[in-house]
Design a protein around this ligand. Structure first.
Ligand code: 3PG
Length: 325
């Protein structure tokens, strides 16, 4: 899930507040659980390509389960729908795997601080595609860039692969959003849950063959080491399983939230989610945080809020421009 996600449909005029609060609560909780267990698994089994593929696999099985038991209506699958999904799913795959590579190299909190700079990428890429933004939007991304830079240079766990992974993840998710907006325009009747389900299935087909090429030769040895490190095979399986189930669940919740709120409300919610995840992961993993690092992270997150405000003000002025973000 990410900022300015255009798979959203329209904002519900009478949002069912309680249901929405429940979806948000679930989204945050599931995201925290995913981040913790994904990192626990990566700490003993540092093979993000396999873990990321497994997470997509669990999501695919989950969707087949929902569809076959008719717990969720299966959308009509047509060739144009699948073709329209190929691009968004490819960028989703890039966003997911690069985030996982980043998680495997640096503290979870650092990856999320860098990922909070997603609006910067959104603005820059949209400009390449011909959109224009007023000065206040550009000014709002300055604290994001400065805050992330300060957080990066003071990060104890700093590592270039970790930084690049998080940055590429931003590129992947922003391109997914921009591309989805165009290619999925005529499939708006497909709900968020089903849409995410199909993106997951196609992403698995993209990711797994590459995962085999990238790190397949090291999996068996890595698995042996993981068992030695954890001590109990069932504990290791449990961590991996939880990371897979909660990866799918939190994305599903976020896509369900998107069905009911505007991309901008979603973007603020996503930033709040990062704050909650950053704090929880620091509490769980007890990774050292220097004061300047905390300051940089806070400035970056604050910049994301300013960005949301500036974009909202911009849209209020140009309501016909609602879709740009
Ligand atoms: C992933 O693995 O896809 C990342 O956890 C994505 O992070 P986000 O959903 O918080 O953007």
């Amino acid at each position: 899930a990410s900022d300015s996600n255009p798979e959203s449909h329209t904002e519900n005029s009478k949002p069912q507040t309680l249901q929405l609060a429940l979806i948000f609560g679930l989204w945050y909780f599931q995201n925290i659980v995913f981040n913790i267990y994904n990192k626990k698994a990566l700490n003993v089994f540092p093979f993000p390509w396999l873990l990321a593929s497994f997470q997509l696999f669990i999501g695919s099985v989950w969707m087949f389960f929902l569809w076959s038991l008719k717990l969720q209506p299966c959308p009509k699958i047509s060739k144009p729908f699948i073709i329209a999904l190929l691009g968004p799913a490819l960028f989703h795959t890039i966003g997911h795997i690069s985030a996982c590579v980043s998680f495997s190299k640096v503290a979870v909190s650092f990856t999320h601080v860098i990922k909070s700079s997603e609006p910067v990428f959104s603005v820059v890429f949209s400009c390449f595609l011909g959109d224009t933004y007023p000065l206040n939007v550009w000014l709002s991304i300055l604290p994001i860039v400065l805050g992330c830079s300060l957080a990066a240079v003071t990060e104890v766990s700093f590592n270039f692969q970790g930084l690049w992974g998080a940055l590429i993840s931003n590129v992947g998710f922003v391109l997914r959003n921009i591309y989805s907006k165009k290619s999925l325009e005529s499939f708006k009747e497909v709900n968020g849950l089903n849409l995410y389900g199909w993106i997951t299935i196609i992403s698995l087909f993209y990711l797994f063959p590459v995962a085999v090429l990238v790190e397949g030769s090291q999996w068996v040895e890595g698995y042996r080491r993981a068992l030695v490190a954890v001590g109990k095979a069932s504990t290791f399986y449990l961590w991996v399983m939880i990371s897979g189930v909660f990866y799918h669940l939190y994305n599903q919740s976020s896509y369900q939230a998107l069905d009911q709120i505007s991309p901008l409300t979603f973007s603020v919610g996503n930033t709040m989610k990062r704050v909650v995840v950053i704090v929880s992961s620091i509490l769980v993993f007890r990774n050292p945080v220097r004061p300047l690092n905390a300051l940089g992270s806070a400035i970056a997150v604050f910049g994301t809020f300013l960005y949301s405000q500036a974009t909202t003000a911009n849209k209020a002025k140009k309501p016909e421009d609602e879709k740009k973000s």
